[in-house]
Design a protein around this ligand. Structure first.
Ligand code: VGL
Ligand code: ZN
Length: 201
């Protein structure tokens, strides 16, 4: 597995039950991710890391509703509860996650004016996190992606991995989705499959 990296997406307190943007069953993936790490020599993690002023927070748009879609500097933006604010407990990795096995953490969503679902680029593809170049520099040709949430950050990280030329697998047992609308997770899985992601059930 020397050329195959594991990407753990957003395994952070605010996405777990009790967090501000809890993903149903999000806590269930932590022991599965710990187990999955045994199969990989190179493990990276993404970390949603927003300034309190972030444009994806409904609270920063008076008069707007949670989960409404707005135009944020030219891009469609779903308005989320305040979550994963930099240097707060909600942004920390889940306490049960074996973080010492993670070689590098790539933070995203760090700029107020734009959101970043993918661990590779922001939603406007304006800035890269450096993840793709770093993986290539380590000699990686394959990635397995898992984590939270299947229909947002896992999906966009997986699609960008394909676009960057990596052979990409989605590990479904170690992933959970939001399903703001019923069927969102299934649609995300179908879109990933159609665009070349191998799905491991
Ligand atoms: C995520 C919504 C907002 C995710 C992050 O990790 O999937 N979703 N920020
Ligand atoms: Zn976020």
């Amino acid at each position: 597995m020397n050329t195959h990296a594991l990407i753990l997406v957003d395994l952070q307190n605010d996405f777990l039950p009790g967090g501000t943007l809890a993903v149903p069953g999000g806590d269930e993936v932590i022991p599965i991710a710990n187990q999955l790490m045994n199969d990989f020599e190179l493990i990276v993690a993404t970390q949603d890391w927003h300034p309190a002023s972030h444009g994806s927070f409904a609270a920063n748009h008076p008069g707007r509703q949670l989960f409404e879609s707005i135009d944020l500097h030219g891009l469609p933006q779903t308005l989320w509860p305040v979550h994963c604010v930099e240097n707060t407990g909600g942004a920390l990795f889940a306490p049960g996650l074996e973080t010492r096995r993670i070689t590098r953490v790539f933070q995203k969503g760090t700029r107020t004016e734009i959101d970043s679902y993918s661990g590779f680029h922001d939603n406007g593809r304006r800035h890269s996190t450096g993840l793709a170049d770093w993986l290539r520099a380590q000699g990686m040709t394959h990635v397995t992606v898992c984590g939270l949430a299947t229909d947002y950050c896992v999906k966009f990280t997986s699609l960008d991995a394909v676009a960057e030329g990596f052979h990409t697998t989605l590990h479904l047992p170690a992933s959970r989705g939001v399903n703001l609308q019923p069927g969102d997770v299934d649609a995300a899985i179908e879109e990933m499959r159609a665009k070349g992601v191998v799905i491991t059930a």
